[in-house]
Design a protein. Structure first.
Length: 534
């Protein structure tokens, strides 16, 4: 009899019962002279002792500014050392840090400022086309709870620090809410996933455990801090193991990332697959000395086999790990292990983390599926969020009465407990009654020599309901893939109904700031516009 698609992570390593501040204190005591933070663009560096002292100064400044336990402190900024200091200082005083996507514009930031009730906001001055000071000026009058705005790299930052005197911290519980992260909704406004010390400290710790982090590790973090990938899997994984956080640039830059790895002798590198593709495709990629690398994390979307082969062989990341998760689960639920083979690292998203449960259920009935059958992936454990901030109805839609978080992802659990993600429930293409999973077609098309990257989406069709559109970034823009070449590549190798009937050549995909492709935007954009017939 086939077993059920349920598994849980047993472990002899106990969960941490501390707050983030207490865990940092332990790291400072254990490794005072080791580096914890390096900002490559500015050349600034902190040892654990220096970092602990600066966190204390900022925490005292927050108290002097009237920030109390439970108050919401916003941070709307690109990656920089001040971001990390704010993360740990708010945790120390028990304030709830609200991460705001640096790509947001006035309409979105106004919503978050109001919905979370932010009283103090930290922000970058500007980055690329974003003038944060000007945008705050436009919305501030409509946000009565916002008392103060402090800008990084501005006299307001130094002025705030200067106000601090040793204060009395509130008693904190590891179950207190400490972070709100707004998940990008495809419709309507985003929801604020509310996370506790216990949620994110333990998730960062166990991700680091599975990567075998020690105080010898140096982690290059080109992914955004505003997202769990940066602040949990990066920062908290580092400080809970005495490792060092290396910031290569304010936002992702493939050249700056490889330069940082080389200069700082990083042992670990993070990114979504598109980031690794961009690094590997640099004309001078072979010139960088990446021999210090041994591990890292690839997450956010499935990793193509050929990309993984190159990451292992050419970037020296033999122990690279695939992680799967979502903001609402702090974020990681599944992770590949250091000794997993290539097939498990590319066809699956790993197996369950310690102290977490996962199951695959029939989306209609909620009944647990047999192993090998597709269904909705659900997860339960210490990592599940406290809820969406001030939205109990939406919380109840996502987290059921048994405290299972429903991910919205379609998955298959193998006999060995490893999980394959076969798509989003909402991304499944239904063509003439046939269910088509875009991931399968994308993985197949990556094998074409003219394709650098590909995303498959469904677009409306009068007869079949939907048809398959392949959006392709060519390896050589001067010699793009033709519809005839695509058809010839698929013929006899894919079932006829899976063969893309439309082709669109693109320079880039629409992305979230955390590096995920916005498939909903591809669908909407090309639903009515002409594309090439295949």
């Amino acid at each position: 009899m086939t077993g059920l698609s349920y598994t849980h992570g047993t472990s002899g390593t106990v969960l941490l019962g501390d707050t983030i501040g207490a865990d940092l204190d332990r790291a400072v005591a254990a490794w005072p002279d080791r580096e914890v933070l390096v900002d490559v663009p500015s050349g600034r560096r902190w040892t654990y002792a220096q970092f602990g002292a600066d966190v204390e100064k900022l925490a005292n400044a927050l108290l002097a500014a009237g920030v109390a336990k439970g108050d919401r402190v916003g941070i709307w900024a690109v990656n920089c050392p001040e971001w990390v200091l704010v993360q740990y200082a708010t945790a120390r005083v028990g304030a709830i840090m609200v991460n705001i996507n640096p790509a947001y514009r006035t309409h979105e930031v106004e919503y978050v400022l109001k919905q979370a009730g932010i009283s103090l906001l930290f922000a970058s001055l500007s980055h690329k086309s974003s003038d944060y000071r000007a945008m705050v000026g436009q919305v501030r009058g409509r946000c009565p709870q916002l008392r103060e705005v402090v800008y990084f790299g501005d006299p307001s930052w130094e002025a705030l620090i200067g106000r601090g005197t040793p204060g009395l911290y509130a008693d904190l519980s590891c179950d207190d809410p400490i972070n709100i992260q707004y998940t990008s909704g495809t419709t309507g406004f985003p929801k604020g996933a509310t996370l506790s010390h216990h949620n994110i400290l333990n998730n960062g710790y166990f991700v680091g455990e599975l990567l075998a982090y020690t105080e010898q590790d140096r982690i290059c973090v080109p992914v955004p801090f505003y997202h769990c990938f940066g602040m949990v899997m990066g920062n908290l994984a580092a400080t809970s193991h005495g490792a060092c956080i290396v910031i290569p640039a304010p936002s992702f830059d493939p050249k700056a990332t490889l330069e940082a790895v080389q200069q700082e002798r990083c042992t670990s590198l993070y990114g979504v697959p598109t980031m690794f593709i961009a690094e590997l495709n640099l004309p001078d990629f072979a010139a960088y000395d990446l021999s210090s690398l041994r591990t890292g994390i690839m997450a956010g979307s499935p990793c193509p086999v050929e990309v993984m082969k190159r990451v292992v062989a050419e970037m020296h990341m033999a122990e690279v790990s695939i992680c799967y998760g979502m903001t609402e689960t702090s974020p990681v639920s599944l992770q590949t292990r250091m000794d997993d083979d290539l097939e498990h690292r590319t066809a699956t998203v790993g197996r369950v983390l310690p102290h977490i449960e996962v199951k695959v259920v029939d989306p209609a009935t909620g009944v647990t599926q047999p192993r090998g059958a597709a269904g909705e992936l659900c997860t339960r454990g210490y990592s599940v969020m406290l809820g969406y901030w001030n939205e109990p109805e939406k919380t109840a839609e996502a987290v059921d009465a048994g405290r299972w978080m429903h991910t919205g992802d379609l998955a298959v659990m193998r006999e060995d407990g490893y999980v394959e993600i076969v798509g989003r429930i909402k991304d499944v293409i239904i063509r003439g009654g046939e269910n088509i999973y875009p991931r399968e077609i994308e993985e197949f098309l990556y094998g074409h020599p003219k394709i650098a990257d590909v995303q498959v989406v469904g677009v409306p069709h009068e007869r079949y309901g939907e048809e398959v559109l392949a959006c392709v970034i060519p390896r050589d823009p001067a010699d793009p893939l033709t519809p005839a070449e695509l058809r010839a590549f698929c013929e006899g190798r894919l079932a006829h109904y899976k063969v893309p009937s439309r082709l669109q050549i693109l320079d880039a995909f629409p992305m979230t700031v955390s590096g995920k492709v916005r498939k909903v935007e591809l669908r909407e954009k090309w639903a009515t516009r002409p594309t090439s017939e295949v």
